[in-house]
Design a protein around this ligand. Structure first.
Ligand code: BES
Ligand code: ZN
Ligand code: ZN
Length: 499
């Protein structure tokens, strides 16, 4: 809990006043603080061209004595035109990073005089507290000494009504960030610790005391349920797989749920089609789709949304072994469809196919899948976007809107009947797990493969987050420079909130 609502600022937070600065249409800068002394100081630094008010700037001024504060932090918001949630979120992250670097213990911000986001106090508090919690994250489980310096931020509430609004906002920010940070924590954990069983345990622990119902299937149950494609991937590992099912009923029982599916490969060596060793350590992040799915469910429960949602996460390790599947092997999925495994490294789609079948058996209102599915999506989009795929354009448009709302970046990539055809090219089985002989458009082929398991005409969209799984602090300042991001948790929650 790094943000607090107070009626009187603590002695420590009084030490540093945060002032957000924006640039108006005429090019002049204005401070969010009502204090004249702040404006005068700002002018001085702008005139000296030491501060411009642009996004990315965060300048701490020492020994200034303003409103009893010794220090003033000037934070750039950029142009006042088009100033949205995401700009405030990023500016806050830059501010927090500066405070941390300078080892400041506490700081305060007057949200009353910050005139943005239609001046909604709760929204301002939500965005800032979410950003602070996200920026504050560090994975420290295996460090003998936790080195991260923490800063606490205080919002001053002058009236009782303001206090309530601010507290609502802070609570929302914390709920959202705790879902994202859970996802990051389990993803950052190394694979010798974060086994499929451990992920199931951590999920159960995190859901304790909430309205979430968590069911975990072990290997005997998975066999009983005939998840033949998932078992095929899992059989090369000493660590048995788990299927984690999370149910949340916040609306009337009669309301059809939304279904979510996540790829939770706690490690992907590639299996017998083994990956090169360079950068293979990043494959501990191959569980990000599953982790972010769990994070979404935790956030939804914390926010108490009035929706029904069911999520399936396939926690599996892909290893080469005497018992592992070989290229050319044929698996029978739960759906009854057979799959020729051309490449054991295209394992995510195998795991997910059975979960998609499970999900669509429930006839959900819509189905989303999330996975670090293909290296090809990184080639297509770099790290700037998550690739989204659907035959349903309306669904894509709604997803884009939700992503926009929370400041995440998605980009639609094609999935067509042609791609589906390429996945049906095996002479021996109904489907193959790789486009043969054409391997091009790998992300679209993978998405096309997944669509073959969607039954009952369920509106369906797939998110390939391989491009945004980790190390994105350089793009989004509230993400860690190194480590998992928890991408798309906020987009999913936003979509579901409105559904
Ligand atoms: N987990 C990988 C995809 C991946 C690669 C995620 C790099 C993040 C960073 C996935 O299981 C995989 O290996 N896919 C193959 C598919 C191919 C064999 C058809 C790929 O992308 O090369
Ligand atoms: Zn793989
Ligand atoms: Zn994988």
């Amino acid at each position: 809990m790094q943000t607090k609502v107070v009626s009187k600022i603590s002695k420590e937070a009084k030490q540093c006043l945060i002032s957000f600065v924006s640039i108006n249409s005429k090019g002049s800068v204005t401070s969010s603080s009502a204090d004249k002394a702040v404006s005068a100081l700002l002018k001085k630094y702008v005139d000296a061209e030491e501060f411009k008010g642009e996004l990315g700037e965060a300048l701490i001024l020492r020994e200034v004595s303003i409103e009893d504060a010794n220090n003033l932090l000037l934070v750039g918001l950029g142009k006042s035109k088009g100033l949205d949630q995401e700009r405030l979120r990023r500016a806050t992250a830059f501010a927090y990073r500066a405070l941390r670097k300078e080892k400041q213990k506490a700081a305060s911000v007057d949200l009353d005089s910050l005139k943005i986001l239609k001046d909604k106090l709760s929204e301002k508090a939500y965005v800032i507290s979410e950003s602070v919690e996200l920026t504050n994250y560090k994975y420290t489980q295996f460090l003998s000494e936790a080195t991260q310096h923490q800063v606490s931020l205080e919002f001053v509430a002058s009236k009782a009504a303001d206090k309530k609004q601010l507290e609502t906002g802070v609570k929302q920010g914390e709920a959202m960030a705790s879902g994202v940070n859970f996802a990051r924590t389990v993803s950052d954990a190394p694979s010798n610790y974060m086994t499929p069983a451990q992920l199931a345990k951590d999920t159960q622990k995190a859901a304790k005391g909430s309205k979430l119902k968590v069911t975990v299937w072990d290997l005997p149950r998975i066999k009983k349920e005939k998840l033949g494609a998932l078992i095929g991937v899992a059989q090369g590992s000493e660590n048995d797989p788990r299927v984690i099912i999370m149910e949340y009923n916040g609306a009337a029982k009669s309301k059809t749920p939304i279904a979510l599916v996540g790829k939770g490969l706690t490690f992907d060596t590639g299996g017998i089609s083994i990956k090169p060793s360079m950068n293979m350590e990043a494959m501990k992040y191959d569980m990000c789709g599953g982790a972010n799915t769990i994070g979404t469910m935790l956030a939804i429960a914390k926010l108490g949304l009035k929706v029904n949602v069911i999520a399936y996460v396939g926690a599996v390790e892909n290893m080469p072994d005497g018992k592992a599947i070989n290229p050319g092997d044929i698996l029978t999925s739960r759906s009854g469809k057979t799959i020729e495994v051309i490449n054991t490294d295209a394992e995510g789609r195998l795991v997910m196919s059975d979960l998609i079948t499970l999900a669509t058996e429930k006839k959900p209102a819509s189905l989303f899948t999330m996975a670090t599915l293909t290296g090809a999506v990184i080639v297509a989009l770099g790290h700037l976007h998550t690739g989204i795929f659907s035959f349903n354009q309306k669904l894509i448009d709604k997803i884009k809107k939700s992503a926009d709302e929370v400041g995440e970046d998605v980009w639609q990539l094609p999935v067509t009947d042609q791609h589906v055809k390429q996945m049906k090219s095996s002479p021996y089985a109904d489907l193959s797990n790789m486009g043969v002989p054409m391997r091009a458009a790998g992300s679209a082929q993978a998405a096309a493969f997944l669509t073959q398991f969607v039954e009952n005409e369920v509106p369906y969209a797939h998110f390939d987050i391989a491009s945004q799984m980790s190390d994105m602090g350089g793009i989004y300042p509230y993400h860690p420079d190194k480590g998992a991001c928890g991408a798309m948790v906020r987009t999913w929650v936003e979509y579901i909130r409105k559904a």
